[in-house]
Design a protein. Structure first.
Length: 312
């Protein structure tokens, strides 16, 4: 067990958080992460709150370990979301894709621990002022919805750590014990994994998507919609995303209209296959417990070797 502020706040063995990917981060994935000693997260970015409620109920049968919920503010417009989450007995929430002031106060009043996802220093300051317990610091190399002025985690993480004292979970490029050790060296006390989990055995996405991650080189993603309306996104390079990159649509989110045909039908050109650059380092589909066990074992090996090197 790793003891630090993140594990103590969240009541988990290992400071590894599973990213809240829409339609993917549901009970099979989240319970596998929690049972492996990390923090499983149930998504809300799909907007399917009735289904989310059922997924939370399923979690009670699949794990006795702590788990959390993400509130993706850009996709969840229901003003009752705080009561919804609190009524499910959730103790940990990450908020993202919006103003941290919107939900932090009510969530804290309901007794929840709140971490907010930030892409830059200004966002970190705003979240701290809102009263969050911690931050998920997300570099531009990560997959999914991004800030248009992206900053690599290697720059962003130590910058924010120098300016704030709350616990930080590092997101973007996290896939192994070496990347976890690097994040800790830069000031993190936990990591979040997304693309690594999309390609896991428990992930519900079609095998075509998993195979595309395994086949992707380090240059196999594209950064979309830097100058258009709506959010920017990092995704796998496909025929569709290559066309979008060179000829951006007026409304990028319309490109996700047929997302389920991609997610579960396997049509890699039906929508945008969100993915981080770390896809270029993933070459095997593994169960989540094995992923976590390998990350933690390698993390300790690297930390011990670096300690020995410093003492030499």
């Amino acid at each position: 067990m790793i003891r630090n502020r993140v594990t103590e706040m969240l009541g988990i063995e290992y400071p590894i958080v599973q990213a809240p990917m829409g339609w993917i981060a549901r009970s099979p994935v989240a319970s596998a992460m929690s049972n492996a000693g990390g923090m499983g997260i149930i998504e809300t970015s799909s907007g399917e709150l009735d289904n989310i409620r059922e997924e939370i109920l399923k979690m009670r049968d699949l794990t006795e370990k702590p788990f959390g919920v993400n509130i993706a503010q850009a996709f969840v417009r229901d003003p009752g979301i705080v009561d919804f989450v609190a009524d499910q007995g959730i103790k940990f929430v990450t908020t993202s894709a919006g103003d941290p002031n919107r939900y932090c106060g009510p969530l804290k009043e309901a007794g929840l621990t709140v971490f907010h996802v930030v892409p830059n220093l200004a966002g970190a300051f705003k979240a701290i002022d809102a009263g969050v317990d911690g931050l998920v610091v997300e570099g531009g190399e990560g997959g999914g919805f991004k800030n248009k002025d992206d900053v690599a985690l290697m720059v962003l993480l130590p910058l924010i750590r120098e300016k704030v004292d709350v616990p930080i979970i590092a997101a973007g490029g996290m896939t192994c014990g070496r990347t976890m050790a690097a994040a800790f060296a830069l000031g993190a006390e936990g990591i979040q994994m997304g693309t690594r989990i999309v390609s896991s055995a428990e992930s519900p996405v079609h095998d075509n998507w998993k195979q595309a991650i395994l086949d992707a080189p380090e240059t196999g993603t594209v950064f979309l919609n830097r100058h258009g309306q709506g959010p920017a996104l990092r995704a796998l390079k496909t025929e569709r995303t290559a066309a979008i990159e060179s000829n951006p649509p007026e409304h990028i989110m319309m490109e996700m209209s047929n997302a389920l045909d991609l997610y579960f039908g396997g049509d890699m050109n039906a929508a945008i296959a969100l993915s981080g650059q770390v896809a270029g380092r993933i070459d095997e589909v593994k169960p989540i417990k094995r992923i976590v066990d390998e990350v933690i074992a390698e993390f300790h090996t690297v930390m011990h070797s670096m300690s020995a090197l410093a003492e030499a």
